[in-house]
Design a protein around this ligand. Structure first.
Ligand SMILES: Cc1cc2nc3c(=O)[nH]c(=O)nc-3n(C[C@H](O)[C@H](O)[C@H](O)COP(=O)(O)OP(=O)(O)OC[C@H]3O[C@@H](n4cnc5c(N)ncnc54)[C@H](O)[C@@H]3O)c2cc1C
Length: 415
C-alpha cells in the first residue's frame, strides 16, 4: 500500500463513518483502504431506517460524488413528517414536526445508504479483516494489525470499528463506554399486508414513540417508504453498483430495561421476537401486529451504552470516529449523523493538511479538538432524553402518559 507521495490512510470498519471517510479521501486522490471484520458486505441485516439530519446530509453532500448524493436523496423517504409521543393506546401526548425541506432531515434505509457509500470503492474495501491493534508511531509510520496476524502499513490509522472497537483501549485508554439500564429489541415488518398498509392513515408520515404506563417501557415504530425503487435509482445514478432488494417496511423497537432481558437471547432471533411479543401485550393492537408479522432475520438486541470523553489520545497519527468513540443511546437520532459528521470533518482536515504540507498529526489533533465537544453534547442530549422518556421520575412520566394524552382525541381507534 502507498502512493508515489507515500501518504496513505487505513480505516478499520466499513460502517457509516468508515465508508464516508473513504469516499471523501478517494475523491481527493488520497490512497485509502478500509478493513472490515465481516466476511462480506451484507452479512448482517442491519435492516433499519435512519433519520439523517442536516449534519448527516451535509457530510454526505461534502463527501460523495454528486450522483451518489442524489441517489441517497432519491431513494429516501419523502421529506418532512412528524414524531408523535403517545401513550400505549397511541393517544397523542405531543408531536414534533420535521421541516418539509429536502436537505433538512431525511429518512433513508441504512442498507441502501451503505450500498451507496460502497459505490466506486472497488478494491479498497477488504473483508474478513478484524483490526486488533496499531503498532509503531515513529517516522516510518504506523501498522494496523489484524486478528489473523497480518498487518498493513499506513501514514494514518482511523478506528471506525463501532461500539465494540478493539482499538479503543489502545487509542483512548480508560474511555470504554458506560452501560445504561436500557435496551432495545429492534425489528422490521413489511409495510403492506394483503395489499394494505399496516400503518393507519393517521400515522402515514409519523414516527411514533408509545410510552407505557410502566416506567422503562416504550415502543417505537416508523415506516420507511422508498422515494424511488433502489434498483431503478441505482441503475440510473450508479450503474454497476449493488442495489439492495428491499421493499417498503416498518421499523420498530421495543424499549425495556436490561434487567428484563433474559440471558442467552442475544443472537437468538426467535427468542428475541418472543420477548418483544411478551413485553408488548399492553400496547395498541397495531403494535402487537407489527411484532407478529416481523421478518425474523432482521430482529436484533441492542444494549444501550454511552461513550466516555477521551482524556488522552495515545497514538498521534491514529484516531477514531463514530460509535467507537462516542456511542449514544438511540434517542434523538444523532449516532449515525455524528459519525458521518466526524468523517467529513476528518476528511477535510487531512485533505487540507496534505495541500498545505502540514503534519498529519496536527490535522488529527484539530479534528479531535472540534469533534469531542459536538459529539459529547450529542451523547449528553441522548442520555438525558432517554432518562426523561423511560426513567422512573414520577412527574414527567405521569405527564407524558396520563395528562397530555387526555387532552387529545384518540389518534388510532382500536378497530
Ligand atoms: C435500530 C437503530 C436505529 C438507529 N437510528 C438512527 C437514526 O435514525 N439516526 C442516527 O443518526 N443514528 C441512528 N442509529 C445509530 C447509528 O446506526 C450508529 O450510530 C452508526 O451506525 C455509527 O456508525 P459507525 O461508522 O461509528 O459504526 P457502524 O456503522 O456500527 O460500523 C462499524 C463497522 O465496523 C465493523 N467492525 C467491528 N469491529 C471491527 C474490527 N475489529 N475490525 C474491523 N471492522 C470492525 C463492523 O462490522 C461495522 O461494519 C441507529 C442505531 C440502531 C441500532
Amino acid at each position: 500500500m502507498g502512493t508515489s507521495t507515500g501518504f496513505s490512510v487505513a480505516i478499520a470498519g466499513a460502517g457509516l463513518s468508515g465508508l464516508c471517510l473513504a469516499q471523501y479521501l478517494t475523491r481527493a486522490g488520497i490512497d485509502v483502504h478500509v478493513y472490515e471484520r465481516d466476511p462480506g458486505p451484507f452479512v448482517r441485516q442491519q435492516g433499519y431506517r435512519i433519520i439523517l439530519d442536516r449534519h448527516g446530509l451535509e457530510a454526505l453532500r461534502e463527501s460523495l460524488p454528486r450522483p451518489l448524493y442524489r441517489l441517497a436523496l432519491e431513494t429516501g423517504d419523502e421529506p418532512g413528517g412528524h414524531l408523535r409521543f403517545t401513550d400505549s393506546s397511541l393517544r397523542n401526548a405531543f408531536t414534533i414536526t420535521f421541516k418539509d425541506e429536502p436537505h433538512a432531515t431525511r429518512q433513508v434505509d441504512r442498507l441502501t445508504l451503505r450500498s451507496i457509500l460502497m459505490s466506486g470503492l472497488d478494491g479498497r474495501i477488504h473483508y474478513g479483516k478484524a483490526a486488533a491493534a496499531v503498532d509503531g508511531g515513529g517516522p516510518s509510520g504506523l501498522r494496523l494489525r489484524f486478528a489473523d496476524g497480518a498487518a498493513v502499513a499506513a501514514t494514518v490509522v482511523v478506528g471506525a470499528d463501532g461500539v465494540g472497537s478493539p482499538l479503543r483501549a489502545q487509542l483512548t485508554p480508560g474511555a470504554d463506554p458506560a452501560n445504561t439500564p436500557m435496551a432495545g429489541v429492534y425489528g422490521r415488518s413489511p409495510l403492506r399486508f394483503d395489499g394494505r398498509s399496516v400503518i393507519p392513515e393517521a400515522l402515514r408520515t409519523s414516527g411514533v414513540l408509545a410510552i407505557a404506563d410502566r416506567p422503562g417501557r416504550a415502543f417505537f415504530f416508523t415506516s420507511m417508504r422508498f422515494g424511488e425503487d433502489p434498483r431503478e435509482a441505482f441503475a440510473r445514478l450508479a450503474p454497476g453498483s449493488y442495489a439492495p432488494i428491499v421493499d417498503d417496511y416498518v421499523m420498530w423497537g421495543l424499549l425495556l430495561r436490561q434487567e428484563e432481558v433474559p440471558a442467552g437471547v442475544h443472537g437468538n432471533l426467535l427468542a428475541l421476537r418472543e420477548l418483544a411479543a411478551r413485553k408488548s401485550t399492553g400496547f395498541h393492537p397495531v403494535i402487537r401486529r407489527l411484532i407478529d408479522t416481523a421478518e425474523l432475520d432482521a430482529t436484533v438486541l441492542n444494549l444501550f451504552a454511552t461513550g466516555r470523553r477521551p482524556r488522552q489520545w495515545a497514538v498521534p497519527r491514529a484516531t477514531m470516529m463514530g460509535d467507537a468513540v462516542h456511542v449514544m443511546p438511540p434517542f434523538g437520532a444523532h449516532g449515525g449523523n455524528t459519525a458521518l459528521r466526524d468523517a467529513a470533518l476528518l476528511g477535510r482536515k487531512l485533505v487540507e493538511a496534505r495541500a498545505n504540507g502540514t503534519a498529519p498529526e496536527e490535522a488529527i489533533a484539530a479534528y479531535q479538538d472540534e469533534m469531542v465537544p459536538y459529539a459529547f453534547r450529542a451523547v449528553d442530549t441522548a442520555a438525558k432524553l432517554m432518562r426523561r422518556l423511560t426513567g422512573g421520575a414520577a412527574a414527567p412520566h405521569w405527564v407524558l402518559t396520563r395528562v397530555l394524552p387526555r387532552l387529545h382525541r384518540v389518534t388510532v381507534p382500536e378497530a
